[in-house]
Design a protein around this ligand. Structure first.
Ligand SMILES: [Zn+2]
Length: 345
């Protein structure tokens, strides 16, 4: 019988975590109280909400909940708290490197504009890195629902802060809206500025959206990308190019992309040689954090400890961490695997 090591002790990198969505539920309740915000029932229930984002109404409902949570983040101290707690949760789950994704536009009105908003976030990340020892950086993400010119502005801003902790540029929200190529200029600005391109694709729409991310945005990582599993040629292309897919199994099930955890095509991607970085996406709404994603791979997809170690290595290799950080994490992965597994209970 396979003996299981603790996945929360497996060193790994976390490459898909949204800013507001990283919040602890208890923190949301406290902030809502602080500002007198009445939260929708779905955000105060003990169980995560059942969403069906595969239709537009379901996605809209998800966005409404997300907006309600975001409206509770108002002051720099809230930002600092959120960043610190996201890091603490990650450390608890064995993460040695966290790339958190944020669209500073959402916080700009309350914090005095785009630039102050991003600076407050980056300062908070700096402080958190010093206090927790966790390697942490920022992806600036544009919103697909907004005008491509807004995305260009954000890309320029992101590039300006490349030496202050911004490592990548993303594109989030409803894949069914607009075309990836509408955002090609923004991504060109980001890439030319040395940022890695990590747009969302292949979540709500099929393999074509992943191809668009590769062809039009020259993505070096894909947010989700799971629907690539429907196209063997695309899988081969992702594997050949070493494009890491930031796969978020619990999110996929919570949003109805797949019915059950066992339906998320982790095995298909893994066997095709597509590098993956498991991520929690929005733990606030989906009810599970980083280590739980590795637990899903073990429990529903039969990943052995050696295979889980390989998933962790893929997350580290796909990250923007400096080489010395990668080396340290990779040797930590080897040590995790080399240690004797505890006796089965
Ligand atoms: Zn996401």
């Amino acid at each position: 019988m396979e003996r299981a090591r603790d996945v929360s002790e497996l060193p790994k990198a976390h490459l898909h975590l949204h800013f507001t969505g990283s919040m602890r539920p208890s923190t949301l309740l406290e902030l809502a109280d602080k500002y007198g915000v009445r939260l929708p029932d779905a955000l105060t229930a003990a169980e995560p909400p059942k969403l069906r984002a595969t239709d537009e109404r379901g996605w809209f409902r998800f966005q409404r909940l997300y907006d309600a949570a975001r409206s509770c983040i108002r002051e720099p101290e809230d930002i600092r708290r959120l960043v610190r707690e996201a890091a603490e949760e990650d450390v608890r789950d064995g993460s040695g490197w966290l790339e958190i994704q944020v669209d500073p536009t959402s916080y700009a009105p309350r914090l005095g504009g785009l630039i102050p908003a991003l600076e407050i976030i980056l300062d908070a990340v700096d402080t958190t890195v010093r206090e927790t020892g966790l390697g942490m950086r920022v992806l600036v993400a544009a919103n697909r629902m907004k005008h491509p010119l807004d995305a260009r502005t954000l890309a320029r801003l992101a590039v300006r802060y490349a030496d202050r902790g911004v490592v990548g540029f993303g594109l989030s929200n409803d894949e069914r809206r607009g075309m990836a190529r509408d955002f090609d200029r923004a991504f060109a600005i980001a890439r030319e500025g040395g940022l890695l391109a990590a747009p969302h694709g292949g979540e709500l729409t099929g393999p074509a959206s992943v191809r668009d991310c590769l062809d039009d945005l020259h993505a070096s990582r894909i947010g989700h990308g799971v629907r690539a599993a429907e196209d063997p040629r695309l899988l081969k292309r992702l594997a050949d190019r070493g494009v890491t897919c930031e796969v978020c199994p619990a999110s996929n099930v919570a949003l109805g992309v797949y019915e059950k955890p066992e339906d998320v095509p982790l095995r298909t991607l893994f066997e095709a040689g597509v590098p993956m970085a498991l991520g929690a996406d929005d733990p606030l709404l989906f009810g599970s954090r980083l280590a739980a994603q590795y637990e899903i791979a073990r429990r529903y997809h039969g990943f052995t400890d050696a295979e889980l170690a390989e998933l962790a290595r893929q997350s580290v290799r796909g990250s923007a961490a400096p080489q010395d950080v990668k080396d340290k994490l990779l040797s930590g992965v080897d040590a995790w695997l080399a240690a004797p597994a505890p006796a089965a209970a």
